[in-house]
Ligand binder design. Sequence first.
Ligand code: GLY
Length: 402
Amino acid sequence: MSFSRREFIGTAVVGSLAVNLPAQQAAGKRPIIVCANNGYPYLDAGFEFLKSGGDTLDAALRVVKGPEDDANDDSVGLGGLPNEEGVVELDACCMHGPTRRAGSVGGVRNIKNVSLVAKAVMQHTGHVMLVGEGAERFAVAQSFPRENLLTEHSRKIWLLWKEYHSTDDWWGPGLADPQWKPPGSAELWEKRISTLSEMTASVGIEPQRRGSAIRKVLFPPTGTIHCSALNEKGEISGCTTTSGLAYKLPGRVGDSPIIGAGCYTDQEVGSAGATGSGEENIKVAGAHTIVENMRRGMSPQEAGMDTLKRIVRNYNNDMNKLRFMDMTYYILRKDGAYAGVSLWEGYSPSPWEDPQPTPHRIAVHDGTRRAEKTVALFKGYSQEFPPFPRVPEELLAPLKAR
Ligand code: GLY
């Protein structure tokens, strides 16, 4: 696709193309694991397992099981933010490079470790993908315990969202609709923030978690974890798991369980996975596009950037829409070269939660565990918060004091 900086500057509202992209590829070191940053605490265990001869898919699954089990990670597994009816529905998939097999589950309720259920689909069925009630029954047959995945904290954020949104939800046309307009006036945002700050107290959210809860109501998160692992023999595998877009319509399935979108691994080439706006990633078959780009000779970074540009092209470079979405790709080539690329540099700061912006990061372990900033297509941050125009100080002050 052709792409010029001038085109973007002409339409940019909050961002411009990132320049001076840093080199971000290992010189072919392996074994190596790459993952989304929420996998960082679990990388040591995954790497030790891989180094001692463990299977590449099992190593990646060890990493993503960490956030699935963690009730405080509200983007994955136990404690994930629920759908619009308050029910947690999980998606996951995996690909095993050495045997060229894949497994996937979508819209699974009551089962925490859906990445392992995806592996069980791969190992114990003649299918690739199971969804909904059938996937849950299959998991129970495979001895996965049924449990309530909705934690008190996630329930309160959902309740806040539900009480707040009498008319604004996922029904109706989305961002891709030609009639879509950016959200409202200064007065509307002022009213929203002050209403929400009163409501956080009334639904019982602890003071120190109110800022984060407000953000998650205004900007439903799509957090996810992907992990790819490569061993000394050159075997490679990947997996992705998520609770999906917060407050989604029941039955909505994002990119994470879609082989070729949320994850794709080809033993001959490499592996890639995604976190971010699932609907956008499905439309560009992100992980598959990246792997095919690398097959044609692109570096991991070039392969990821080309795929991000396809998302931009789908919106005709319209920054009024692109600023409300984000995408991060985690890319590992078969020789151990890797890259983390993202549409935007990270999450914007919020005045009472994160005074500094949070950069998108790729977590890496190749003997040294580290988290590196991704290479961003656009300068700036997605989902500017508070959104334009800025919320007046007098409204923010009480929130900061909490
Ligand atoms: N990328 C996660 C989702 O959109 O469901």
